[in-house]
Design a protein around this ligand. Sequence first.
Ligand code: GUN
Length: 287
Amino acid sequence: MVKIIDGKALAQKKQIALAKKVEALKSSSHIVPGLVVILVGDDPASQVYVKNKEKAALKAGFKSETVRLSSDISEDELVSIVEEYNRDDSIHGILVQLPLPKHINDKRIILTIDPHKDVDGFHPMNTGHLWSGRPIMVPCTPAGIMEMLSEYQIPIEGKHAVIIGRSNIVGKPMAQLLLAQNATVTLTHSKTKNIKEITSQADILIIAIGQGHFVTKDFVKSGAVVIDVGMNRDDNQKLIGDADFEDLKDKVSYITPVPGGVGPMTITMLLEQTYQSAFRSVKNGNN
Ligand code: GUN
């Protein structure tokens, strides 16, 4: 019988625990963790993510700011805004929502974020720490997936983990986190040949490609664990994952639903890392 990995319930549990830690930090150090989310343009999916992030941050007792900028803002203007938040001691986490409009070089913007406030873990200093086995700030989606695997006591050591998708946001950091826990990791992508032959060897299959219902039961072996990072709209605008849940559910051992799987955990890890950044700033006497 398949087990559904309930990311929504786990996220709620973790956010309640986090709100208590935030209260304790407030009373011991008078520090309120501060998160700023910068959104450029009016991409509808990004608007939804940003609203959810804001709601969760306020509920957990954070100071939450959202900066909404017009899509024609220049790269230099955006750099100046990020620099302003780098200097602001009441802000411990800066997130610039991706994707950015084409005329803005996202690599330059990521490099501008103070690595200590880079709660997305996208700055090369943080990716470097991750790849050298000393993670500090880790991309939130893969971090949330590791929490889900741990909560459901899914063994990782010695298992074959296959990832579909090699983005900097999910695929690459996911590979590193699984490797750090002694999985054998295969990273597949759009140019991979015979992908089904590889995915059907997976004990753990992570799918992050953004193609609705791409993975069906002929991609997996019996008893595999399937983690679905996809967020796609079908023809009726219904939210669907990269995995075909109905087709897979009788073959796999665990699966994450969409919605209610990976998504809520991403936000939880964002808040957790902002809290950790605030906590470190107290220790380092930056306030
Ligand atoms: N766009 C999609 N996912 C993410 C994320 O985790 N962080 C940021 N900054 N942008 C995203």
